[in-house]
Write a protein that binds this ligand. Sequence first.
Ligand SMILES: NC(=O)c1ccc[n+]([C@@H]2O[C@H](COP(=O)([O-])OP(=O)(O)OC[C@H]3O[C@@H](n4cnc5c(N)ncnc54)[C@H](O)[C@@H]3O)[C@@H](O)[C@H]2O)c1
Length: 272
Amino acid sequence: MNNLLKGKKGIIFGALNDKSIAWQVALKCHEQGAQFVLTNAPVAMRMGEINDLAAVCNNSKIIPCDVSKNEDMENLIDKSMEILGGKIDFILHSVGMSMNIRKGNPYTDLDYKFMHETLDISAISFHRLIATCYKKDAINDWGSVVALTYIAAQRVFSHYSEMADAKSLLESIARSFGYHYGKTKKVRINTISQSPTLTTAGSGVKGFGNFYDYAAALSPLGNANAEQCAEYCVLMFSDLSRMVTMQNLFHDGGFSYTGFSHEVFELANETK
Ligand SMILES: NC(=O)c1ccc[n+]([C@@H]2O[C@H](COP(=O)([O-])OP(=O)(O)OC[C@H]3O[C@@H](n4cnc5c(N)ncnc54)[C@H](O)[C@@H]3O)[C@@H](O)[C@H]2O)c1
C-alpha cells in the first residue's frame, strides 16, 4: 500500500458485481487509503452484491442513483458531501446501457426511444453529473473525474452499434466540460479507453468473445484487465497526474496504435 489516495474522498458509480470494472476500482481506491460513496441504479442494487463490496471497503455508504434523473443526481451529490464531510476529490463514471443492443436491433434500424435512453444513460449522464457538481461547487480544486469509454468512439466495431455514438459524445463532454471546470476550479476531466473486459455490460455486445480474442492478438501487451484498469484510475485520481485533463487515454495494451500482428493473422487462419 502506497497511500496514493490518502485523505481523498470520492464517488464510484457502476459496481454491479465483482466482474465490474468499478468494483475493482473501489477495491484499489480503498487499498490506497481513499474514502468513498458507492452508487448504482436502484434496480441494479436488488441483487445486493454491492453490500459485500461496501463491507470490505471500510463500510462505505451506498446511495442509489439512476443517472438519467436530475433529482437522483442532486440527492447523490448532497448526501455524499454530508457523509464524506465536505467536498469530493475524485469521481468514477462507469455506466453504460443500450436497449437497442439488448433487443438485438441492428444499427441500420434503431428504435429512437431506446437510442435516446442509451445516449442519456451512457453519455449525457456524465454532463449531468459534472454540471451538478459544478453548480454545487462539490469538487475540490485539482479534483479528478474519470469516465470509462471504448475505442469504438474512433473506429467502427460493427456490433458495438449505438454505444459507439454514446462513447463519442461521452469523450466530447469530457473535453468540453474539462475546459470550463479546469479554468474555474482546476478540476480535471478525462476518459479512459479500456480494452474489451469480461463484464456484464461487455458480454452483452454480440460477438464479444471474438473481438476480445482479436484485441488480445493485436495488442503487443495483450488486453488490459479490470484490475489493471483500476490501477490506472487510481493514478488518474492521485496528485501524480494533476496536469492531465481533457484527454481520452488509451488503456489497451497498445491496441489503438497497432495495425497488424502475426497473432491476428494466425487467429484468422485458425477460424477459417
Ligand atoms: N467491458 C468492456 O469491455 C468495456 C470496455 C471499455 C469500456 N467499458 C465501459 O466501462 C463501463 C463499466 O462497464 P463494465 O464493463 O464494468 O460493466 P458493468 O455491467 O459491470 O457496469 C455497467 C454499470 O452501469 C450501470 N447502469 C446502467 N444503467 C444505469 C442507470 N440508469 N443509472 C446508474 N447506473 C446504471 C449498471 O448497473 C452497471 O453497474 C461502461 O461505461 C462500459 O461501457 C467496458
